[in-house]
Design a binder for this molecule. Structure first.
Ligand code: ZN
Length: 500
């Protein structure tokens, strides 16, 4: 290896240590930090963001990239070539953003997030409105720095999360999907709704915790390189050396805790499945957020909401949840886990209506970034789209446009990665099912290793070697489409609702 490449790798590895430190402070802010530390935490995170940006845009990186990029031996080495492509892309993006904007974004986002949490708790959109105005303005500036001539602002931001994806392609993918989902939802309303009383059975938190820990351990999450804590909104973050998952417990909804934990566990397995020898370089990072989400949704839905999984899991549930299981069985809990009902809250939505929530946000944030929708009109437009797509009336902003943390922490262009994750997950699950000779018998035995290792081999260990579209073709033999996802939903729900 040339010294320019060795220097580049060493520099990136050190920069990744800073990113991991920021992630740890952000994790603490959501889990254990006392509220009085908020001011200082915002400044700490802003300082780290500034230092990170200074390192990412260091003039030496440009020189190293130029020297290493001209080296034919490196171009012939697939690992080095993939790392150089990723580093060049990151450098180009980072150098388009002035340091002052990066610092201002980090500080404003940290404060806005705290303001959002208060506004949501008090159901006072008007208190969050000036923050959202400010954030939107900063995101527009950020998009203007990043975008190529003629490129849409939303596209420039979305490319940070899902390289190569643009709003127009998504619209083409989403419009027919939306029609099919709305139609499926209508058919299900006419079917016989499964008994979901198990969802409301009260279970003490320690019992729920022991149960979900047993499941995530069985999935293969490595607790020597990770931990699980609690937060209002479950998430997964990597500090570089270990992986932090959070989950939540509602006394009367053990399936919510299980779904959240399996979801974040799926993210965690991806992070733990990245190659340690590539840590700190693009080959040691996830391919995209859509691919990341595919891993969580695959475990949450294709495993955790399947009939086969519940045949294995039911004795474990009985062991941990005790009397709560009385009067239920594996079949009834499988059906309870697949009850479809249009609801107000995205993170609580079922598999059949979840993506309609995402489409509402996709439409609104594109309009806001274009300047077609003012922040003051957001609640009204939000409520109108919920009525149109989900057929429900939003009673207040707390359960409406104030529900998600994303915009408050600067994540514009991010929401569609959830739906992409669902589509990738279905396509990956179908491919795994074909290649492993049927997933159901394995899930029924609680033998998750073949699936986990398949995901590791086919997806995790490649890091950012391929862009998401190419990875999907490589793993499944076909470009991304909604076909596998719709097949999965229609097969499952027509069975659960007795429509076949
Ligand atoms: Zn997720």
């Amino acid at each position: 290896m040339t010294s320019a490449y060795t220097d580049l790798v060493a520099h990136h590895q050190e920069t990744a240590l800073l990113a991991g430190t920021s992630a740890l402070l952000a994790w603490d802010q959501e889990t254990y930090m006392p509220s009085g530390a908020g001011e200082v935490r915002a400044r700490q995170l802003a300082l780290l963001a500034k230092l990170h940006h200074e390192r990412a845009t260091d003039a030496r990186v440009r020189d190293w990239l130029a020297t290493a990029g001209a080296d034919a031996r490196l171009a012939a080495d697939p690992d080095a070539a993939a790392n150089l492509r990723g580093m060049q892309r990151d450098f180009d993006r980072a150098t388009r953003l002035p340091s002052s904007l990066v610092t201002e974004l980090a500080e404003t986002e940290s404060r806005a997030q705290q303001a959002w949490a208060e506004a949501r708790a008090q159901n006072t959109f008007h208190k969050f409105r000036p923050w959202l105005d400010r954030l939107l303005h900063l995101q527009q500036q950020k998009a203007d720095c990043l975008r190529r001539p003629g490129q849409d602002r939303w596209d420039a931001l979305a490319d940070l999360y899902e390289p190569g994806m643009c709003g127009q392609d998504l619209e083409a993918l989403f419009a027919p999907l939306r029609q099919r989902l709305v139609a499926l939802h209508e058919r299900l309303r006419a079917g016989s709704r499964p008994d979901d009383s198990f969802v409301r059975v009260p279970v003490d938190e320690p019992r729920q915790e022991a149960f979900v820990r047993a499941v995530v351990t069985k999935m293969g999450f490595d607790f020597t390189r990770g931990r699980i804590d609690r937060s209002a909104h479950p998430f997964c973050t990597s500090t570089g050396g270990d992986v932090r998952l959070t989950t939540r417990f509602h006394r009367d909804n053990v399936l919510d805790a299980l779904g959240s934990t399996m979801h974040e566990g799926g993210h965690g397995l991806y992070e733990q499945g990245l190659e340690p020898r590539h840590r700190g370089t693009p080959l040691g990072e996830a391919a995209s957020l859509g691919i990341h989400e595919s891993q969580s949704r695959l475990w949450e839905n294709h495993v955790g909401r399947s009939a086969a999984f519940w045949q294995w899991c039911w004795p474990l549930a009985q062991q941990h949840l005790g009397d709560a299981c009385h009067g239920h069985d594996a079949g009834s809990v499988f059906r309870a886990a697949n009850c479809v009902r249009a609801s107000l809250i995205r993170v609580e939505a079922d598999e059949a209506t979840y993506d309609l929530h995402v489409m509402v946000r996709f439409e609104l944030e594109r309009a806001m970034l274009r300047g077609d929708l003012g922040v003051a009109e957001l609640p009204g437009q939000w409520n109108a789209l919920y009525e149109r797509y989900l057929g429900i009336v939003v009673p207040d902003d707390r359960r409406g446009c104030l529900q998600d943390v994303h915009w408050s922490c600067g994540l514009f262009g991010y929401f569609p990665t959830y739906t992409l994750g669902n589509l990738y997950a279905a396509q990956f699950a179908a491919a795994a099912d074909r290649e492993l000779g049927g997933l159901a018998p394995m899930l029924q035995r609680g033998d998750f290793e073949p699936l986990r290792e398949w995901l590791r081999r086919r997806i995790h260990q490649h890091g950012r070697r391929h862009d998401p579209a190419a990875l999907c073709r490589e793993v499944t033999g076909a470009p991304l489409s909604s076909a596998a996802f719709l097949r999965h939903l229609e097969d499952k729900f027509t069975t659960v609702y007795g429509l076949c």
